[in-house]
Write a protein that binds this ligand. Structure first.
Ligand SMILES: Cc1cc2nc3c(=O)[nH]c(=O)nc-3n(C[C@H](O)[C@H](O)[C@H](O)COP(=O)(O)O)c2cc1C
Length: 173
């Protein structure tokens, strides 16, 4: 069987894509063959022995394209080692750890489709230079101005690397 691992992601402003790249890099450093691809560029899962899917949270949900990906490939994903990761600004708040249960609740629809072996939960980033000016992003600017969400990059690269290292035995066996 092919020994490649797929790390695939949905991302609107790039922060989840960069976390996916970091996961791929760690897995490669641990000896795995890895493709890191946007969900829109993945048609066929047959070349992969294991799949990791990641999405940011928007409006307390995974992005629709990430949910559609898991839905479309659910039977194949259920037959392979499968893990997910979720990126959220809530986890970047001070005392963000208190909200882990809420974030776990937001990802329940993914688990209903396919149960992952492991779920990574990571703080994200609100980069307004990469987001359109909409009612939703204006509201987020207000939350940042009020000091509730941080304005700087709080991604925890050590946590991302540690999670990726923990996956290696689960995904490759
Ligand atoms: C319109 C919008 C809605 C969001 N809704 C949530 C939310 O409900 N909960 C949350 O924790 N983060 C929320 N976020 C924050 C994103 O999850 C975070 O910025 C993430 O890093 C974005 O990933 P991306 O850069 O890959 O698009 C939202 C961000 C945007 C732009």
């Amino acid at each position: 069987m092919n020994n490649k691992i797929l790390v695939t992601y949905a991302s609107r402003a790039g922060s989840t894509a960069e976390i996916a790249e970091a996961i791929g890099k760690t897995l490669r450093e641990n000896g795995a063959h890895v493709d890191v691809l946007s969900i829109k560029n993945v048609k066929d899962l047959s070349p992969y022995r294991a799949v990791i899917v990641g999405s940011p949270i928007r409006g307390s949900k995974w992005l629709p394209e990430a949910m559609q990906f898991v839905q479309a490939h659910r039977s194949e994903l259920a037959r392979k080692p499968f893990a997910t990761f979720t990126v959220s600004i809530t986890l970047a708040m001070s005392k963000g750890d208190q909200y882990r249960q809420a974030v776990i609740g937001w990802t329940a629809p993914v688990r209903t489709l396919v149960k992952p072996l492991s779920e990574g939960l990571f703080p994200g980033l609100l980069d307004f230079t990469k987001l359109p000016l909409t009612f939703d992003t204006l509201k987020l600017r207000l939350v940042v101005a009020l000091g509730i969400f941080p304005k700087d990059d709080r991604r925890d690269w050590n946590a991302v690397r540690a999670w990726a290292e923990s996956l290696r035995p689960l995904l490759v066996g």
